[in-house]
Write a new protein. Structure first.
Length: 442
């Protein structure tokens, strides 16, 4: 009998939904004020770093947090397994945030390092568990990842409101501690809900035992069993994932400037008042998840509703790049206005985030689902790590771009972002059919 105890999906999705929600509460709650803390004067409790230095550290930290996922996938595949990797990773993340609550500079760097290690263990493996909740060919998988993505963004919405407010209006280090409390709550419910994950864990164990090297022959006559044990079809799918990886780097390079370039833009050039309500600049980081929470169910319904007319995975990724490019086009006139002494309306940033979330919903949950479907089962954790590695490079790219906010005209900075993203969308559009062939789709 089909497990449909959580909004028509397996009950284990609820456990993973809330695990990821609290982990993202901690990550995005702290990220909402991280670069602001680094550039804030020492007299106000900050570190007093220059923009370029703070942006570089920010990009290295966020990039490393995603990049560590490839090692986390390997650790799960070879040693710990997915369930224990998520638990150990979450524990290390919580310790990292609590370490950041101490004021000495060595605690700052060691706390960031702990979060990087923990995120690497947790992030790819919780997504692998989501994919394993579904049998092969279950049409609910894409919709399930979209619901899971709502959990990510619910945490990303609440985190800046709580941790960001405490950091900017009370004390920076209270904000760091609040992020640690969130991750701890996520761990508690993860352990309590372990029983709901039994079908997924059993399925992972069974497929791992049954995976044997293929004896298929590659086009050049070399046995596939002699080349890591993959047959021709598997190599084609791996090739498609590599191309998706490159596309995702470009997308995340634009999208992830939300926490760096756009965060500094909000603090320095945007009115921090809306509908008569004054708020800390870190609250802008809660705007993107508001849109995702609102739009994710619509996208999940749309993909199912379209049925055979649903856009292919490559087509959805193309749309993601297109929307992200348009978002930066919107910011070009905003950057021109902000060169003066008058702060611009917050609606500019809100519009930017709306368009960027259209792009994210076309790319991120779809990419997660595609990797769990296309990757050979014996390296699914590794390939999920490769997917998250694209976010690592994108985050480092975003941090590098943020370093120009004080030295390059804002309208020029936003224009360059738009051109790169739209050019990538055009190239991806021309590759849609070849990529469908690689994935075995019609």
């Amino acid at each position: 009998m089909t497990d449909a105890g959580f909004f028509g999906h397996p009950r284990g999705l609820a456990t993973l939904f809330f695990t990821e929600m609290w982990e993202r509460f901690s990550y995005y709650g702290m990220r909402a004020f991280l670069i602001l803390y680094m550039v804030a004067p020492v007299a106000s409790g900050g570190l007093g770093f220059a923009d370029a230095d703070a942006a570089s550290i920010y990009g290295t930290y966020t990039g490393s947090a995603w990049g560590a996922s490839i090692l986390g996938g390997l650790v799960a595949d070879r040693w710990l397994g997915q369930f224990r990797s998520v638990f150990v990773g979450g524990t290390i993340i919580a310790l990292g945030h609590f370490t950041l609550a101490f004021r000495a500079l060595p605690f700052f760097y060691s706390g960031l390092a702990l979060i990087v290690i923990g995120t690497g263990l947790l992030k790819p493996n919780v997504s692998t568990l989501v994919g394993s909740l579904y049998e092969s060919g279950d049409t609910r998988r894409d919709a399930g990842f979209s619901i899971f993505y709502m959990g990510i963004n619910l945490g990303a919405f609440i985190g800046p409101l709580v941790a960001g407010y405490l950091a900017q209006r009370v004390d920076w280090h209270v904000g760091f501690a609040a992020a640690g409390v969130g991750m701890t709550l996520g761990l508690v419910q993860y352990v309590v809900g372990r029983g709901r994950l039994t079908p997924a864990l059993d399925r992972l164990a069974a497929t791992s035992r049954s995976a044997t090297p293929s004896t298929a022959t590659l086009p050049n006559g070399v046995s596939a069993a002699g080349v890591l044990g993959f047959n021709t079809t598997e190599w084609k799918r791996i090739g498609a994932i590599v191309i998706f990886f490159i596309v995702a780097i470009i997308f995340w390079g634009g999208y992830e400037q939300a926490g760096s370039t756009m965060n500094l833009f909000a603090e320095r050039f945007t009115r921090l008042e809306l509908l008569g309500i004054s708020f800390p600049s870190s609250w802008f980081q809660s705007v993107p998840p508001i849109f995702v929470i609102t739009l994710a169910p619509i996208f999940a319904w749309l993909w199912v509703r379209l049925g055979p007319r649903e856009p292919s995975v490559p087509a959805k990724l193309t749309l993601g790049l297109l929307f992200m490019g348009i978002a930066y086009i919107v910011m070009v006139p905003a950057g021109s206005i902000a060169q003066g002494s008058v702060r611009i309306s917050p609606w500019w940033l809100i519009t930017f985030y709306l368009l960027s979330e259209f792009g994210e919903l076309c790319l991120s949950p779809v990419g997660l689902s595609a990797v769990t479907k296309a990757a050979p089962v014996r390296i699914v954790g590794l390939m999920m790590g490769v997917w998250f590695l694209s976010n690592a490079f994108g985050n480092k790219l975003a941090g590098w771009a943020a370093g120009f906010i004080s030295t390059v005209p804002l309208n020029t900075l936003f224009s360059v972002n738009a051109v790169v993203l739209l050019a990538a969308a055009l190239i991806m559009f021309m590759l849609v059919k070849p990529l469908k062939t690689l994935m075995g789709e019609r």
